[in-house]
Ligand binder design. Structure first.
Ligand SMILES: C[S@@+](CC[C@H](N)C(=O)[O-])C[C@H]1O[C@@H](n2cnc3c(N)ncnc32)[C@H](O)[C@@H]1O
Ligand code: SF4
Length: 365
């Protein structure tokens, strides 16, 4: 177990008890270290299923402790890489007997070792070190390498809230979030004179604002995930008869996903309109008796290439089609009867690890 309370630290650390954990690893290369997972069980740690918020670089813990008091139904995990600083943070929580905040001594690079994917409801970056020299920009907590980590840890639609006194670091963060596809919202260039209502002041924030410096703040939403969608479901007239279909719930879907349209039959070189085809004994035969399997296979390969290019892990495909159908397809008699089986594209995508849904299952995505 690499996640443990540090036995060998001074008595202050010992006295923090369950409030303070330390993450240690022999592997100093975080790229390989993060391949070893030893996840925290949040339910066991906090004794409930409440959402878990993460503060990175928490310093002496004022923010995490105040937030824990303000939001008793949220849990807070706060990490900090400097031991004597995080001990002070854990002492605060212990003295106030806060049940919903815990501290981990570790560098942000190692978060994926002990925090499960998509388990975090929000991240706070308060007055992170700006590392002004360009040579050290990869240490900034809004550098692309950290944004990739946060993207994995955060639930869909969760946000990062960043505050800083440093204008150059703020500009850098805005650029980095945008460049990496994050959606930046609620930007304030002077938080203490803005309409933003709830603001818990951190130690550094107090120090800088009392010297008259404006506080910069932003919220950043995770980049949308790309999802492959049968093109006819998006109203594009690519069906065999020159018509289109529709997708109920499309607007809701578009809040979390970029829709990547694909029509495998068109990509396979077939015209619109075209003679309808169905699967017979593993071959695709059209109503004129012509074998069009090669076109369907070519289209499936192109659809897979598209999915890989856009990093799609999921696809919404039109049910029953000899290309897009999943679990059920027309039975080869051109009589609207169905049989068990997959369309050629659905089958190839599934074999390549893509989760397939049909147009009636999008509520479950
Ligand atoms: C300027 S202090 C701000 C402390 C506190 N958030 C506040 O607003 O008062 C930044 C803190 O981030 C910590 N830190 C910097 N890089 C870190 C990293 N990669 N992982 C964890 N903590 C980090 C530093 O040790 C420092 O305590
Ligand atoms: S191949 Fe798929 S996307 Fe193209 S028309 Fe048929 S069901 Fe729609």
């Amino acid at each position: 177990m690499r996640m443990r309370k540090k036995k060998h630290l001074e008595s202050r650390t010992e006295n923090c008890g369950e409030y303070l954990m330390s993450f240690t690893t022999e592997d100093k290369n975080f790229n390989t270290a993060v391949l070893n997972k030893d996840y925290i069980d949040f339910k066991e740690l906090f004794g409930n299923d409440n959402p878990v918020y993460l503060e990175i670089g928490c310093g002496k813990g004022q923010f995490a402790c105040e937030m824990a008091k303000l939001h008793p139904n949220w849990n807070f995990l706060a990490v900090e890489k400097v031991q004597n600083v995080i001990v002070a943070a854990a002492e605060k929580a212990r003295n106030d007997e806060l049940p919903n905040v815990r501290f981990v001594k570790c560098g942000a690079e190692y978060l994926p070792c002990f925090i499960p994917d998509k388990s975090i409801a929000g991240i706070y970056l308060n007055f992170s070190c700006p590392y002004p020299k360009n040579a050290y920009k990869s240490h900034r907590l809004t550098n692309e390498r950290f944004l990739k980590i946060y993207n994995e840890l955060l639930m869909d639609n969760a946000i990062i809230c960043q505050k800083t006194d440093n204008m150059h670091f703020f500009e850098y963060s805005l650029e980095e979030f945008s460049r990496c596809g994050w959606r930046v919202e609620n930007i304030s260039l002077d938080l203490h004179n803005s309409d933003i209502e709830e603001n818990v002041v951190t130690e550094y924030e107090h120090r800088f604002s009392s010297q008259g410096f404006p506080i910069y703040r932003l919220e950043a939403k995770k980049p949308k995930e790309n999802i492959l969608v049968s093109q006819c479901l998006l109203g594009i007239k690519c069906k065999y008869d020159g018509g289109a279909n529709s997708l109920e719930g499309r607007e809701v879907l578009e809040k979390n996903y970029n829709l990547i349209p694909v029509c495998p039959e068109c990509l396979g070189g077939l015209p619109i309109p075209r003679v309808p085809a169905e699967i017979v004994d593993g071959r695709v035969i059209n109503k004129n008796g012509e074998d069009v399997t090669e076109n369907f296979e070519r289209g499936a390969e192109s659809a897979l290439m598209l999915a890989k290019t856009f990093g799609c892990k999921k696809a919404i495909l039109k049910s029953n089609s000899p290309s897009c159908g999943y679990g059920q397809v027309y039975d080869g008699t051109f009589s609207h009867k169905k049989k068990e089986g997959n369309g050629i594209t659905a089958d190839l995508l599934e074999r390549n690890g893509i989760m397939i849904y049909n147009e009636k299952q999008i509520g479950g995505i």
